[in-house]
Design a protein around this ligand. Structure first.
Ligand code: NAD
Ligand code: DAU
Length: 353
């Protein structure tokens, strides 16, 4: 028996696999296409570990998924694989539809065929856990209550629309075929192995390189930040005890404006790695053109997972963000491996020269 983790070489997927083996020893099969965001180095510490099988491939490759499910007698599929960056979805939505919608559909079809043929016991115990996002709910006004699981879907970017479509497919496979699915909708994650196209690692690396720190619009957009290992513990808990067909919102009750996040990063860096110029990193901040359709505020009401499954985050933003800065400062080789030609091309496309 094993679990199949799609997208296990990405930011959250790789943290999940590392945490899984830190807590237990059930084998894991990682299926990852290794797009620009997938990095086998994230799993380097497991390279000699026989409990991990790594397969480079696409969740949309139905025969490949079917063979992996059968060969490894998979008892659960955790679907992290996705195109995940909002700005990239604005430049080119096609890949987002292909992986997040069509890929999820193909994955569900392979899983449905496998699950249908299982014997009663394994069939009853089988789970398909779909990792989704709070962005499917759209944007909140400043004083609106946080998103609950029954908040209407109102996705605003091609990324969030493609994730919403995948959530609907997952829901339909439960309702129509009885597939035992679980969906998690989580808020913004941060932590080790975060690809530096996203706000927190981008600010960290730009600050250290003496480059401008780009803040979109007025910097007052609000995100609800959660340390990545807390997201991983929520997923483990939902897999273990979640009710099939249910959706669980996951978040740290930690709303911050982008300005507050960047200020925090600059002051930790000022303390741990002061700039040679003697100036605060904050002086590198540049306000730049806003993201088109930029959602103003996300906030998660995590009452259901807290009450029903007893899950709570272990990190505060203060403890998690310090760990994150320390991790980036102590892993220059990982950073060097990531900041490749392809990454530089993206930065030029998005921010200009
Ligand atoms: P990521 O972009 O860092 O990683 C995605 C991984 O999926 C990469 O390893 C990539 O190679 C792989 N992948 C992409 N297309 C694939 C395909 N067709 N077949 C197989 N593998 C493929 O993303 P992430 O930040 O780790 O997010 C993981 C999941 O969590 C996504 O579904 C995302 O929507 C969701 N999520 C992310 C956040 C966040 O803050 N990062 C918050 C909530 C939910
Ligand atoms: O809410 C969950 C989502 O969080 C996930 O589903 C996505 O996969 C993940 O990428 C993240 O989406 P965001 O768009 O919120 O994350 P990002 O890091 O791109 O941006 C965070 C905020 O910072 C957002 O308001 C935009 C802003 N920003 C971002 C970048 C890259 C800037 O001001 N400047 C930047 O250069």
């Amino acid at each position: 028996m094993a679990i199949l983790v799609t997208g296990g070489a990405g930011f959250i997927g790789s943290n999940f696999v590392l945490e899984w083996f830190a807590k237990g020893s059930e084998p894991v099969v990682v299926l990852d296409k290794l797009t620009y965001a997938g990095n086998p180095d994230n799993l380097a510490s497991l390279r000699e570990d026989e409990r991990l099988t790594f397969v480079r491939g696409d969740i949309g490759d139905r025969p490949l998924v079917a063979s992996l499910l059968a060969k490894h007698q998979v008892r659960a599929v955790l679907n992290f694989a996705a195109e995940s960056h909002v700005d990239r979805s604005i430049h080119g939505p096609g890949e987002f539809i292909q992986t997040n919608v069509v890929g999820t559909f193909e994955l569900l079809e392979a899983v449905r065929a496998y699950w249908t043929a299982l014997e009663a016991g394994p069939k009853e115990a089988f789970r398909f856990l779909h990792v989704s996002t709070d962005e499917v709910y759209g944007s909140l006004s400043d004083d609106a209550p946080a998103f609950t699981e029954t908040h209407q879907y109102q996705p605003n970017s091609p990324y969030s629309a493609s994730k919403a479509a995948s959530d609907h497919l997952v829901r339909a496979y439960h309702h129509t075929y009885g597939l035992p699915v679980l969906t998690t909708n989580c808020s913004n994650n941060y932590g080790p192995y975060h690809f530096p196209e996203k706000l927190i690692p981008l600010i960290l690396l730009n600050a250290l390189a003496g480059k401008p720190l780009p803040i979109y619009g007025d910097g007052k957009n609000v995100r609800d930040w959660l340390f990545v290992t807390d997201h991983c513990s929520a997923i483990r808990r939902v897999l273990e005890a979640g009710r099939p067909g249910e959706t669980y919102n996951v978040g740290g009750r930690n709303e911050m404006t982008n300005l507050e996040v960047v200020q925090t990063l600059c002051s930790i860096l000022d303390e741990l790695r002061p700039s040679q110029s003697g100036r605060s990193y904050w002086e590198q901040v540049h306000f730049v053109k806003d993201r088109p359709g930029h959602d103003r505020r996300y906030a998660i009401d995590a009452s259901l997972i807290e009450r029903e499954l007893g899950w709570l985050p272990a990190e505060t933003f203060q403890s998690g963000i310090r760990k994150t800065v320390e991790w980036y400062l102590s892993h220059p080789e990982w950073v060097q491996g990531v900041v490749s030609g392809a990454y530089r091309e993206w930065v030029t496309k998005q921010y200009g020269s």
